[in-house]
Design a protein around this ligand. Structure first.
Ligand SMILES: [Zn+2]
Length: 316
């Protein structure tokens, strides 16, 4: 539904302009690439939880949310600060400052869809989950994991905030902190939600969507978490290959939402030899494929928004 009714006498010019603007709002490989290069640059030092660069990444996301015109829905503006804890290895500074970044697109709807991606990564390899032989001191750029997902989050926020359509659901955009330390940001939000969880319809998680492999395709998990998903996927096509997987209980922050009995979808382009290594770099990202993944995601979201609020189904 358009926000403003279209006066017929302007229709031709208007529709042309609308087409041009809508085109401009759609996910673009160029912008995706720019976001990833910024977030995964060496000077960002791997965005380790508690580091100044991690805070810089959060501030970047705040700027983008503000530019899109989202409403802050953290506890301190867009921020929802919390204390994260390093548990896998013993370090003197095990307690770290962390924050989720939360922006709301209010469509005056009764229910809300969550779109999330984590923005933290492994920093200089002293957090305990690097797969490098000698990780300490090496910058783990985390371009795929998960600058790619954050770029997706920012593109979807940009698209839905600027498309001049008032969707039948509100959208809550969340960049999670401390995911690499064990889903701590998403779990913190779910224990201290800034909107009633009962109003949430489902959650879409993007974690590692930058390494599209045409042999494998992009995996979409969570297909079994509601009986409504088959209807949402019906007739949806894409120039890229995709497949569904019933499980919603693993991989990333979607698992925390699944544990709260909220239906989920989890987008993931699969593992690779650079996973959790200092070589997960921006020049290995396929931004054009990511653009198509996000357009596929928009098709699915638009279909889901034509349906009533979903009911959760556990996957065995
Ligand atoms: Zn990740």
């Amino acid at each position: 539904m358009p926000r403003r009714p279209l006066p017929t006498r302007f229709s031709t010019v208007f529709l042309f302009l609308l087409a041009v603007t809508s085109y401009g709002q759609a996910p673009s490989a160029d912008r995706i690439s720019r976001h990833i290069r910024w977030l995964a640059a060496d000077k960002m030092q791997g965005r380790g939880t508690g580091s100044p660069e991690n805070a810089k990444a959060a501030a970047y996301i705040v700027r983008q949310f503000r530019k899109a015109g989202l409403k802050p829905l953290g506890t301190a503006g867009f921020y929802q600060p919390f204390t994260a804890e390093v548990r896998r290895v013993v370090v003197p500074d095990s307690l770290r400052k962390a924050a989720n970044v939360i922006g709301f697109l209010n469509n005056d709807a009764p229910h809300t869809i969550v779109i999330g991606a984590h923005y933290d990564h492994l920093g200089l390899g002293r957090q305990g989950s690097s797969l490098a032989e000698k990780p300490e001191g090496q910058i783990h750029n985390g371009a795929d994991d998960n600058a790619s997902g954050v770029a997706g989050l920012l593109e979807l926020a940009h698209y839905y905030a600027k498309n001049d359509v008032k969707e039948p659901y509100n959208l809550l955009f969340m960049a999670f902190g401390a995911e690499e330390l064990g889903l701590q940001g998403s779990r913190y939000f779910l224990s201290q939600p800034t909107m009633p969880l009962v109003n949430l319809n489902f959650m879409v998680c993007m974690d590692m969507i930058g390494r599209y492999n045409p042999e494998r395709g992009v995996g979409i998990g969570g297909y079994g978490t509601s009986d409504a998903w088959p209807q949402v996927f019906k007739g949806v096509e894409s120039p890229i290959k995709f497949f569904t997987d019933r499980a919603g209980n693993g991989g990333s922050d979607n698992a925390a939402f699944y544990a709260k009995q909220i239906p989920v979808l989890f987008f993931h382009t699969g593992g690779h030899p650079d996973y959790h290594k200092p070589t997960d770099d921006a020049d290995k990202i396929d931004a054009s494929a990511e653009e198509q993944i996000l357009k596929l995601c928009i098709r699915l979201l638009d279909n889901a928004m034509q349906q009533p609020k979903m009911t959760f189904t556990a996957v065995n």
